[in-house]
Design a protein around this ligand. Sequence first.
Ligand code: SF4
Ligand SMILES: [Zn+2]
Length: 388
Amino acid sequence: MVAPKSLTLVGEGGKGARIHDLVKAPANTPWAKAKQQSWDGNEPATVYYTPETLSDGTPCTAITVILRTKGCHWWWSSGCTFCGYFNDTRDDVTSDNLHAQWNKAKADFDDFKDHQMVKVYTSGSLLEDREIPVDFQETVLRDCNEMGKELIVESRCEQLTEKKLAWATSINDNFSVAIGLEAYDDEVLRFHVNKGFTTKSWDRAVANLQKFNLRIKTYLMFKPPFMSENDALEHGVKWISAVAEKSDEISVNPMNIQRGTVIDRLHRNNEYRPPWLWSLVEMIRRAHPLIHPKGGVNGDADQISRLIIHPTAGGKIRGAHNCGSCDSQVITAIENYAVSGDLTEFDGLECECQAVWREELALESDLPVPLGISKPRRGNLLNRLRSF
Ligand code: SF4
Ligand SMILES: [Zn+2]
Protein backbone atom coordinates (compact mmCIF):
# COMPACT_ATOMS: atom_id res chain seq x y z
CA MET A 1 0.00 0.00 0.00
CA VAL A 2 1.30 3.46 -0.88
CA ALA A 3 1.65 5.77 2.13
CA PRO A 4 -0.58 8.85 2.07
CA LYS A 5 0.98 12.09 0.87
CA SER A 6 2.20 13.95 3.87
CA LEU A 7 2.53 17.70 4.36
CA THR A 8 5.40 17.51 6.85
CA LEU A 9 8.06 20.14 6.59
CA VAL A 10 10.77 17.51 6.28
CA GLY A 11 9.81 16.38 2.75
CA GLU A 12 11.45 13.69 0.65
CA GLY A 13 14.26 15.66 -0.89
CA GLY A 14 12.15 16.85 -3.84
CA LYS A 15 10.93 20.33 -4.54
CA GLY A 16 8.49 21.47 -1.84
CA ALA A 17 4.84 22.07 -2.71
CA ARG A 18 3.78 25.72 -2.78
CA ILE A 19 1.33 26.52 -0.03
CA HIS A 20 -0.76 28.38 -2.60
CA ASP A 21 -1.27 25.18 -4.63
CA LEU A 22 -2.11 23.16 -1.54
CA VAL A 23 -4.70 25.73 -0.53
CA LYS A 24 -6.34 25.98 -3.93
CA ALA A 25 -6.54 22.36 -5.04
CA PRO A 26 -9.63 21.17 -3.10
CA ALA A 27 -11.87 24.02 -4.31
CA ASN A 28 -11.90 22.45 -7.78
CA THR A 29 -12.75 18.91 -6.73
CA PRO A 30 -16.10 17.43 -7.83
CA TRP A 31 -17.47 17.32 -4.25
CA ALA A 32 -16.69 21.04 -3.73
CA LYS A 33 -18.27 21.96 -7.08
CA ALA A 34 -21.36 19.89 -6.28
CA LYS A 35 -21.71 21.56 -2.88
CA GLN A 36 -21.46 25.03 -4.44
CA GLN A 37 -24.27 24.23 -6.87
CA SER A 38 -26.49 22.69 -4.21
CA TRP A 39 -27.85 25.88 -2.64
CA ASP A 40 -30.27 28.64 -3.64
CA GLY A 41 -28.66 32.07 -4.05
CA ASN A 42 -31.78 33.76 -2.66
CA GLU A 43 -31.52 32.06 0.74
CA PRO A 44 -28.99 33.07 3.40
CA ALA A 45 -26.61 30.31 4.52
CA THR A 46 -27.93 30.58 8.06
CA VAL A 47 -29.57 33.03 10.47
CA TYR A 48 -29.59 32.53 14.25
CA TYR A 49 -29.38 34.50 17.47
CA THR A 50 -27.18 34.23 20.54
CA PRO A 51 -26.73 36.10 23.83
CA GLU A 52 -24.34 39.04 23.44
CA THR A 53 -23.21 42.25 25.08
CA LEU A 54 -23.73 45.72 23.60
CA SER A 55 -20.72 48.04 23.39
CA ASP A 56 -21.81 49.74 26.64
CA GLY A 57 -21.83 46.36 28.43
CA THR A 58 -25.62 45.83 28.41
CA PRO A 59 -26.61 42.19 27.86
CA CYS A 60 -28.63 41.68 24.68
CA THR A 61 -29.27 39.14 21.95
CA ALA A 62 -27.53 39.36 18.58
CA ILE A 63 -28.87 38.07 15.33
CA THR A 64 -26.22 36.61 13.02
CA VAL A 65 -26.92 36.62 9.29
CA ILE A 66 -24.50 34.55 7.23
CA LEU A 67 -24.95 35.39 3.56
CA ARG A 68 -24.15 33.40 0.43
CA THR A 69 -21.71 35.52 -1.53
CA LYS A 70 -19.03 35.41 -4.20
CA GLY A 71 -16.58 34.80 -1.38
CA CYS A 72 -13.35 36.46 -0.50
CA HIS A 73 -11.08 38.18 -3.02
CA TRP A 74 -8.00 36.85 -1.22
CA TRP A 75 -9.39 33.37 -1.67
CA TRP A 76 -9.76 33.98 -5.43
CA SER A 77 -6.03 34.66 -5.72
CA SER A 78 -4.70 32.43 -2.92
CA GLY A 79 -6.45 31.86 0.43
CA CYS A 80 -5.79 31.07 4.08
CA THR A 81 -4.68 27.59 5.11
CA PHE A 82 -7.68 26.89 7.34
CA CYS A 83 -10.44 28.64 5.38
CA GLY A 84 -13.26 26.38 4.23
CA TYR A 85 -15.58 29.17 3.09
CA PHE A 86 -15.16 28.14 -0.55
CA ASN A 87 -17.66 25.40 0.29
CA ASP A 88 -20.40 28.03 0.70
CA THR A 89 -19.68 30.64 -1.96
CA ARG A 90 -20.32 30.88 -5.71
CA ASP A 91 -19.19 33.44 -8.26
CA ASP A 92 -22.66 34.06 -9.76
CA VAL A 93 -24.22 35.65 -6.65
CA THR A 94 -25.70 39.05 -7.62
CA SER A 95 -26.91 42.12 -5.78
CA ASP A 96 -30.51 40.91 -6.31
CA ASN A 97 -29.62 37.59 -4.66
CA LEU A 98 -28.05 39.38 -1.71
CA HIS A 99 -31.06 41.64 -1.29
CA ALA A 100 -33.36 38.60 -1.42
CA GLN A 101 -31.27 36.85 1.28
CA TRP A 102 -31.29 39.94 3.48
CA ASN A 103 -35.05 40.46 3.09
CA LYS A 104 -35.69 36.82 3.91
CA ALA A 105 -33.59 37.04 7.06
CA LYS A 106 -35.51 40.14 8.15
CA ALA A 107 -38.89 38.59 7.32
CA ASP A 108 -38.09 35.33 9.17
CA PHE A 109 -37.01 37.22 12.31
CA ASP A 110 -39.63 39.98 12.48
CA ASP A 111 -37.32 42.73 11.24
CA PHE A 112 -34.95 41.73 14.06
CA LYS A 113 -37.23 43.54 16.50
CA ASP A 114 -36.22 41.42 19.52
CA HIS A 115 -32.49 41.80 18.91
CA GLN A 116 -30.38 44.86 19.58
CA MET A 117 -27.31 43.70 17.68
CA VAL A 118 -26.96 42.45 14.09
CA LYS A 119 -23.91 40.61 12.77
CA VAL A 120 -23.62 40.36 8.98
CA TYR A 121 -21.05 37.86 7.76
CA THR A 122 -20.19 37.40 4.10
CA SER A 123 -17.36 34.80 3.98
CA GLY A 124 -15.13 37.75 3.13
CA SER A 125 -15.35 41.52 3.60
CA LEU A 126 -18.68 43.38 3.50
CA LEU A 127 -16.95 46.62 2.47
CA GLU A 128 -15.01 45.06 -0.45
CA ASP A 129 -16.56 46.28 -3.73
CA ARG A 130 -15.27 43.33 -5.77
CA GLU A 131 -17.05 40.89 -3.46
CA ILE A 132 -20.20 42.76 -2.42
CA PRO A 133 -22.01 45.20 -4.75
CA VAL A 134 -21.90 48.72 -3.29
CA ASP A 135 -25.70 49.07 -3.32
CA PHE A 136 -25.96 46.04 -1.04
CA GLN A 137 -23.26 47.34 1.33
CA GLU A 138 -25.37 50.49 1.52
CA THR A 139 -28.59 48.53 2.20
CA VAL A 140 -27.05 46.77 5.20
CA LEU A 141 -25.52 49.93 6.64
CA ARG A 142 -28.68 51.99 6.11
CA ASP A 143 -31.17 49.36 7.32
CA CYS A 144 -29.27 48.74 10.55
CA ASN A 145 -28.95 52.48 11.13
CA GLU A 146 -32.67 53.02 10.57
CA MET A 147 -33.59 50.05 12.78
CA GLY A 148 -31.27 51.39 15.51
CA LYS A 149 -29.22 48.19 15.74
CA GLU A 150 -25.57 47.84 16.68
CA LEU A 151 -23.99 46.36 13.55
CA ILE A 152 -20.93 44.10 13.29
CA VAL A 153 -19.34 43.38 9.93
CA GLU A 154 -16.21 41.44 9.02
CA SER A 155 -13.36 42.74 6.91
CA ARG A 156 -9.80 42.15 5.90
CA CYS A 157 -7.43 45.08 6.47
CA GLU A 158 -6.95 46.49 2.97
CA GLN A 159 -10.60 47.57 2.58
CA LEU A 160 -10.49 49.79 5.65
CA THR A 161 -9.18 52.92 3.97
CA GLU A 162 -10.08 56.43 5.08
CA LYS A 163 -12.06 56.93 1.89
CA LYS A 164 -14.13 53.78 2.37
CA LEU A 165 -14.77 54.44 6.05
CA ALA A 166 -15.76 58.06 5.35
CA TRP A 167 -18.35 56.73 2.88
CA ALA A 168 -19.61 54.00 5.25
CA THR A 169 -19.89 56.28 8.28
CA SER A 170 -21.84 58.83 6.22
CA ILE A 171 -24.56 56.15 6.12
CA ASN A 172 -24.10 54.50 9.52
CA ASP A 173 -21.67 55.64 12.20
CA ASN A 174 -22.48 52.95 14.77
CA PHE A 175 -20.79 49.75 13.74
CA SER A 176 -17.93 47.44 14.69
CA VAL A 177 -15.48 45.90 12.29
CA ALA A 178 -14.22 42.42 13.05
CA ILE A 179 -10.84 41.71 11.44
CA GLY A 180 -9.46 38.19 11.10
CA LEU A 181 -5.91 39.10 12.06
CA GLU A 182 -5.23 35.53 13.29
CA ALA A 183 -1.71 36.27 14.56
CA TYR A 184 0.24 39.38 15.49
CA ASP A 185 3.36 37.89 13.95
CA ASP A 186 4.43 38.36 10.33
CA GLU A 187 6.17 35.01 10.12
CA VAL A 188 3.06 33.16 11.27
CA LEU A 189 0.83 35.23 8.99
CA ARG A 190 2.98 34.34 6.01
CA PHE A 191 4.10 30.76 6.57
CA HIS A 192 1.41 29.26 8.78
CA VAL A 193 -1.73 31.10 7.73
CA ASN A 194 -0.95 32.45 4.21
CA LYS A 195 -2.98 35.50 5.23
CA GLY A 196 -1.89 37.84 2.47
CA PHE A 197 -1.44 40.86 4.77
CA THR A 198 0.99 41.89 7.46
CA THR A 199 0.75 43.21 11.00
CA LYS A 200 1.51 46.67 9.55
CA SER A 201 -1.64 46.59 7.45
CA TRP A 202 -3.62 45.71 10.60
CA ASP A 203 -2.00 48.66 12.42
CA ARG A 204 -3.00 50.95 9.54
CA ALA A 205 -6.57 49.62 9.43
CA VAL A 206 -6.95 50.07 13.18
CA ALA A 207 -5.67 53.67 13.00
CA ASN A 208 -8.31 54.41 10.35
CA LEU A 209 -11.09 52.76 12.36
CA GLN A 210 -10.08 54.82 15.38
CA LYS A 211 -10.23 58.02 13.29
CA PHE A 212 -13.87 57.27 12.55
CA ASN A 213 -14.69 56.16 16.10
CA LEU A 214 -15.61 52.68 14.99
CA ARG A 215 -15.28 49.71 17.30
CA ILE A 216 -12.62 47.09 16.64
CA LYS A 217 -12.96 43.39 17.14
CA THR A 218 -9.87 41.28 16.55
CA TYR A 219 -9.97 37.58 15.78
CA LEU A 220 -6.89 35.58 16.72
CA MET A 221 -6.35 31.97 15.74
CA PHE A 222 -5.26 29.52 18.42
CA LYS A 223 -2.86 26.89 17.02
CA PRO A 224 -2.54 27.58 13.29
CA PRO A 225 -1.12 24.81 11.07
CA PHE A 226 2.52 23.75 11.47
CA MET A 227 2.58 24.78 15.13
CA SER A 228 2.90 22.76 18.31
CA GLU A 229 0.58 23.08 21.30
CA ASN A 230 3.25 24.69 23.43
CA ASP A 231 4.10 27.30 20.78
CA ALA A 232 0.41 28.00 20.29
CA LEU A 233 -0.01 28.71 23.98
CA GLU A 234 3.00 31.01 24.20
CA HIS A 235 2.14 32.84 20.98
CA GLY A 236 -1.53 33.14 21.95
CA VAL A 237 -0.69 35.10 25.11
CA LYS A 238 1.84 37.29 23.25
CA TRP A 239 -0.66 38.18 20.51
CA ILE A 240 -3.39 39.04 23.00
CA SER A 241 -0.93 41.35 24.70
CA ALA A 242 0.01 42.96 21.35
CA VAL A 243 -3.56 43.76 20.28
CA ALA A 244 -5.37 44.36 23.60
CA GLU A 245 -4.92 48.14 23.80
CA LYS A 246 -6.24 48.63 20.30
CA SER A 247 -9.14 46.15 20.35
CA ASP A 248 -12.50 46.66 22.00
CA GLU A 249 -12.92 42.93 21.83
CA ILE A 250 -10.53 40.03 21.18
CA SER A 251 -12.05 36.80 20.04
CA VAL A 252 -9.65 33.87 20.11
CA ASN A 253 -10.78 31.11 17.77
CA PRO A 254 -9.35 27.70 18.60
CA MET A 255 -8.71 25.92 15.31
CA ASN A 256 -11.55 23.79 14.02
CA ILE A 257 -10.97 21.71 10.97
CA GLN A 258 -13.00 22.55 7.88
CA ARG A 259 -13.30 20.14 5.02
CA GLY A 260 -10.85 20.37 2.12
CA THR A 261 -8.38 22.75 3.78
CA VAL A 262 -4.63 22.38 4.33
CA ILE A 263 -5.27 21.88 8.03
CA ASP A 264 -7.73 19.10 7.12
CA ARG A 265 -4.97 17.27 5.23
CA LEU A 266 -2.56 17.60 8.12
CA HIS A 267 -5.22 16.34 10.48
CA ARG A 268 -6.04 13.33 8.34
CA ASN A 269 -2.35 12.44 8.28
CA ASN A 270 -2.21 12.55 12.06
CA GLU A 271 0.11 15.54 11.86
CA TYR A 272 -2.10 18.00 13.64
CA ARG A 273 -4.13 17.78 16.80
CA PRO A 274 -6.70 20.55 17.39
CA PRO A 275 -5.91 22.43 20.60
CA TRP A 276 -6.45 21.04 24.05
CA LEU A 277 -9.19 22.82 25.99
CA TRP A 278 -6.70 22.93 28.87
CA SER A 279 -4.42 25.12 26.74
CA LEU A 280 -7.27 27.58 26.29
CA VAL A 281 -7.85 27.69 30.04
CA GLU A 282 -4.13 28.24 30.60
CA MET A 283 -4.01 30.97 27.93
CA ILE A 284 -6.92 32.76 29.62
CA ARG A 285 -5.22 32.51 33.03
CA ARG A 286 -2.01 34.01 31.63
CA ALA A 287 -3.79 36.67 29.55
CA HIS A 288 -6.28 37.79 32.20
CA PRO A 289 -3.82 40.20 33.89
CA LEU A 290 -3.24 41.82 30.48
CA ILE A 291 -6.97 42.42 30.06
CA HIS A 292 -7.66 43.28 33.71
CA PRO A 293 -4.38 44.65 35.17
CA LYS A 294 -6.00 45.15 38.57
CA GLY A 295 -7.54 41.69 38.70
CA GLY A 296 -11.09 42.84 37.88
CA VAL A 297 -13.86 41.15 35.94
CA ASN A 298 -15.82 42.26 32.88
CA GLY A 299 -17.44 45.64 33.38
CA ASP A 300 -14.86 46.77 35.98
CA ALA A 301 -12.90 49.99 35.49
CA ASP A 302 -9.62 48.16 34.85
CA GLN A 303 -10.93 46.45 31.71
CA ILE A 304 -8.68 47.06 28.69
CA SER A 305 -10.51 44.85 26.22
CA ARG A 306 -12.96 41.98 26.28
CA LEU A 307 -11.57 38.49 25.80
CA ILE A 308 -13.87 35.95 24.22
CA ILE A 309 -13.19 32.34 23.41
CA HIS A 310 -15.86 30.24 21.81
CA PRO A 311 -14.57 26.77 20.95
CA THR A 312 -16.41 25.96 17.69
CA ALA A 313 -16.87 22.17 17.48
CA GLY A 314 -15.53 22.03 21.06
CA GLY A 315 -15.26 18.48 22.43
CA LYS A 316 -15.27 17.01 18.92
CA ILE A 317 -12.31 15.45 17.18
CA ARG A 318 -12.26 18.29 14.63
CA GLY A 319 -12.45 21.02 17.31
CA ALA A 320 -10.62 21.87 20.54
CA HIS A 321 -10.93 18.87 22.86
CA ASN A 322 -9.59 17.10 25.94
CA CYS A 323 -10.05 13.44 26.87
CA GLY A 324 -13.78 13.23 26.19
CA SER A 325 -15.02 12.97 29.75
CA CYS A 326 -14.17 16.49 30.99
CA ASP A 327 -14.78 18.38 27.72
CA SER A 328 -18.28 19.72 28.29
CA GLN A 329 -17.43 21.00 31.79
CA VAL A 330 -14.32 22.81 30.55
CA ILE A 331 -16.16 24.29 27.52
CA THR A 332 -18.90 25.64 29.80
CA ALA A 333 -16.30 27.30 32.03
CA ILE A 334 -14.55 28.88 29.01
CA GLU A 335 -17.84 30.20 27.65
CA ASN A 336 -18.86 31.53 31.06
CA TYR A 337 -15.53 33.35 31.29
CA ALA A 338 -16.27 35.10 27.97
CA VAL A 339 -19.34 36.63 29.62
CA SER A 340 -18.07 37.25 33.16
CA GLY A 341 -14.33 37.79 32.68
CA ASP A 342 -13.97 36.03 36.04
CA LEU A 343 -11.17 33.50 36.58
CA THR A 344 -13.14 31.77 39.33
CA GLU A 345 -15.12 30.10 36.52
CA PHE A 346 -12.20 27.66 36.34
CA ASP A 347 -12.12 26.82 40.06
CA GLY A 348 -12.35 23.12 40.78
CA LEU A 349 -11.85 21.99 37.18
CA GLU A 350 -9.71 18.88 37.17
CA CYS A 351 -9.26 15.70 35.19
CA GLU A 352 -6.70 12.95 34.83
CA CYS A 353 -5.99 14.07 31.25
CA GLN A 354 -4.37 17.27 32.55
CA ALA A 355 -1.26 15.22 33.33
CA VAL A 356 -1.02 14.08 29.68
CA TRP A 357 -1.53 17.65 28.45
CA ARG A 358 1.15 18.97 30.83
CA GLU A 359 3.57 16.29 29.72
CA GLU A 360 3.00 17.18 26.06
CA LEU A 361 3.68 20.86 26.72
CA ALA A 362 6.86 19.99 28.64
CA LEU A 363 8.11 17.71 25.87
CA GLU A 364 7.33 20.26 23.19
CA SER A 365 9.17 23.00 25.00
CA ASP A 366 12.24 20.71 25.26
CA LEU A 367 11.99 19.37 21.70
CA PRO A 368 10.68 22.14 19.47
CA VAL A 369 9.25 19.99 16.67
CA PRO A 370 7.17 22.23 14.39
CA LEU A 371 4.20 19.90 14.11
CA GLY A 372 4.20 19.05 17.81
CA ILE A 373 4.55 15.65 19.41
CA SER A 374 1.14 15.09 20.90
CA LYS A 375 -0.20 11.57 20.91
CA PRO A 376 -2.40 10.60 17.98
CA ARG A 377 -5.91 11.83 18.33
CA ARG A 378 -8.36 10.09 20.60
CA GLY A 379 -11.53 8.65 19.12
CA ASN A 380 -12.68 5.27 18.00
CA LEU A 381 -10.54 2.94 15.99
CA LEU A 382 -12.61 3.35 12.83
CA ASN A 383 -12.18 7.12 12.89
CA ARG A 384 -8.48 6.73 13.53
CA LEU A 385 -8.11 4.34 10.61
CA ARG A 386 -10.08 6.66 8.32
CA SER A 387 -7.80 9.51 9.18
CA PHE A 388 -4.72 7.74 7.79
S1 SF4 B 1 -9.30 36.29 4.49
FE1 SF4 B 1 -10.96 35.23 5.57
S2 SF4 B 1 -12.43 34.62 3.99
FE2 SF4 B 1 -10.52 35.21 2.94
S3 SF4 B 1 -9.40 33.28 2.62
FE3 SF4 B 1 -8.69 34.16 4.56
S4 SF4 B 1 -10.01 33.27 6.19
FE4 SF4 B 1 -10.99 32.91 4.17
ZN1 LIG C 1 -10.17 14.99 30.77
